[in-house]
Design a protein around this ligand. Sequence first.
Ligand code: CP
Length: 360
Amino acid sequence: MFSEFQHLIDLSDYPVAWWKKVVDLGERIKNDPSAYAHKCEGKVMATLFYEPSTRTQMSFQTAMIRLGGQIIGFDNPANSSVSKGETIKDTTKIVSSYADVLVIRHPVAGAAKAASLTADCPVINAGDGGHLHPTQTLTDLLTLKIEKKKLSGLTIGLCGDLLNGRTVHSLCKALSCLPDNKFVFISTSALGMPAYIKDIIKANGSSFTEVNDLEKAIGDLDVLYMTRIQEERFSSREEYLKQKNTYILDRRKMLNARKDMIVMHPLPRVDEISVEVDEDKRAMYFTQAKYGVYVRMALILTILEEKQISETLKGKIYGGVRCNNPKCITNHEEYLPKSFRSSGDETLLECEYCDERILI
Ligand code: CP
């Protein structure tokens, strides 16, 4: 299957130089936004948000408006024909005939990939379940570039729900491609970083440690990336309550942090960062969300300017093999062609939509 459009489903589909170029453009836009005010005149962006969002949806919309373009879309699928049972395939086919670029958020892993198979315009993944969130990563990279003046040689602590947090999955995949970055995963054992992300980090030549004590770890960090415990990804409220409030960053813990450490968070915050930390000059999360507009402007411009013929599914169909992950889009939309990559181990395949490993 081939597509003539440049989709952004996973940053790993591109060389490091490509996403560095987007981040650099984001910085240039931040420094002179008026120079880009008319770049997308006559263009339409559709935002299809099957899952709630404040920052991603509105920063994309702001980005397109600030580029001189227009926006359409829905932020509640109940108000669209999705509520009548319309598939991603059909919704995408129709909306991509109205728009020049389509931004999709969905609660199920692989949904943006599925949309890209039939879209007649570029598709941008704005978060697919607990899987990936590449445009949050572009936002995070721009924040690091501006606030830490570098993207390599950093010790980054990631704290909270590392199992379900799509932002930390995308960020670790990207930062592990750059030299001398070290990761400290701070979580309970139940919410640790998935094995496949740890394998990617190792394969990229970066190192990580896994700890459960934020207070002990904080003093070694250049960056502390806090995350919310993602209640909506738990099987029950009881399971969520067992994890809630495990990690709370407060003024007392910040006393142990370096003077130049920065605190990042993709937001929304629940209670994992006390509001008293907001006054600390190292708290960067509100600035980070603001930078999201500039980098999304850069991404829209890049995606609309570049065209390339690429294979949308690079894996193979293994007769009868299905993905085991109940949160994979192939188990929600039956018509999708199953596609698996070889993992290097002949008994293991990787689902091309959600990265789940399947034993055969
Ligand atoms: N960071 C982020 O994805 O926030 P929203 O869920 O508000 O879009």
